[in-house]
Design a protein around this ligand. Sequence first.
Ligand code: FES
Length: 154
Amino acid sequence: MERETAKIDEFIARYGLHQGALIQVLQDIQGEFHYLPREALEYVSEKLGTPLAVAYNVATFYNVFSLQPKGQNHICVCMGTACHVRGAQSILDKFRRELKIEVGETTDDLKYSLDKVACVGACALGPIVVENVTYHAHMKLDKVGKLLKRGGRK
Ligand code: FES
């Protein structure tokens, strides 16, 4: 945890030692470790003077946070109405088959996690797949394999 706390101290220094920095610090921790380890939540709460329950509430309220380890590549398929009518379900199914995992799961090698989301607010560009922070617009079935290959899948 020593290496982790040094990194978390860096994040805290970025935003300041106050309770208002909680979400930003948690975002940086999620980005660095691909989830929010329990020890990290405890450490941040203590440092910022935020009750641990508040940190847990934030961590479980926002989709972007996860209390379980996520893959290096987080694939999120938009299943909102606009994306759904343009074939999002087939795209999600193709990711499930290719990765051999279900929605909410992570591959054993921790390379990929698969999730779905209600709407990411870019309906005109659907179907949308979000890969970490990159939006893939007008997603097609034959782009699924290419996207996975770019992320290191053979
Ligand atoms: S429904 Fe997919 S971006 Fe809105």
